[in-house]
Design a protein around this ligand. Sequence first.
Ligand code: NAD
Length: 386
Amino acid sequence: MTHSNSVKCYKNEVIMSHNQFKIKYPSIHLGTEQSTINFYDSTPDLVKIFNPGQDETHKRLFVTDATVASLACMQDFISKFEDDICGNDKLIILGSGEPYKTIESVLRIVSSGVDFGLSRKDTFIGIGGGVICDTTAFAASIYKRGAKLQLVPTTLLAMVDASIGGKTGCDFDNYKNIIGTFYPAEDLFYFPEFVQSLPENQYNSGLAEAFKTALLFDEELYELFKNQSDKINSRDKALLNTIIQKCVQAKASIVEQDFTEQNIRSYLNLGHTFGHALETVAGLGSITHGAAVAWGIGRCVELCFKKDYCREAFKNEIFDILKLYNWETVAVPSVVKGGGIGQRFLSVMHKDKKNLNDNIRIVLQKGIKDTVVEEVSEKDILMVLK
Ligand SMILES: NC(=O)c1ccc[n+]([C@@H]2O[C@H](COP(=O)([O-])OP(=O)(O)OC[C@H]3O[C@@H](n4cnc5c(N)ncnc54)[C@H](O)[C@@H]3O)[C@@H](O)[C@H]2O)c1
């Protein structure tokens, strides 16, 4: 601690003296120092991984959603819990999807932990898509100022993006992810096979985030999206394993370099400024997050072309790939209804939490692995929305 007597404030010519104390802290962050990601090339078998009821020293709270709990591959695991309890383990099942990404869900997880007597040395385990991963991780991060956390991502989006990198949170007051923490999971258990039971639109949504990763960081992955669309669209297992592992490696490397998103991690927002605006303008839930992001990537590349940042051949190639996965490349996608579209988009884009001031900041892709983040004028944005 340092202490100084100083005369520092000058206001209306009255000199105010004050004492100042400073306390220095080690630069720590809560949670684990390292995440271990385990890949399993087999049917998900959570009984084998977690052995419910067998751990006599620690308590665990498993959190999943109703859809995941009803999957055939989950039945052996779910049936171990009688009245939601199996020895030192407890299971809670939340509602499915974004409407349940609420502070109420987070508090329900916390309150189940309290009721079951979890200590901060005990473990919260989220089994589900991005919503379950984000809310369980958020609950673990605030429970007794931080308990142990493990995740089992079950959607493609959660595997390639949401479960890695420690961003947690929930929606509040109509704002997406407006409350949250940074709190990485200690262990992650990946069963790419979970992806096989996803509805088509959810699968396609995860693919969009994987394509984004390819454009940003991985030329080989980009080539797979360009040349192997039939196999990717038919969920070829071997190819999916490769795609998921490549995305995990790319995101892990970015998170290691820039955990709190001060610079390079912001590239992961490629397509998201346009995409989030589309989700809002079209009405939340009328288009998947991934489909909106894919459209947003198209708009960013169009913007690059109009600003002379990329060649026409690059723009055309990206548009051709987007079409292979049924992503829209037109200026105004079919889900947007009504007039005044440009102004409606601008008003949402101005509120994007990635902006540093009133100007709109956008991630622009000039080529494969060639990215910049820039403030873009309203005039330029409107140019690619009509
Ligand atoms: N933390 C991060 O860094 C990060 C990154 C990207 C996205 N996200 C968040 O992730 C969320 C979106 O994730 P999501 O797309 O996984 O949504 P989700 O969790 O709502 O899952 C989508 C739907 O698929 C169902 N589902 C899950 N696994 C299934 C399976 N194997 N088979 C069949 N159905 C299954 C779910 O019940 C749900 O109805 C958003 O809230 C977003 O903000 C977080």
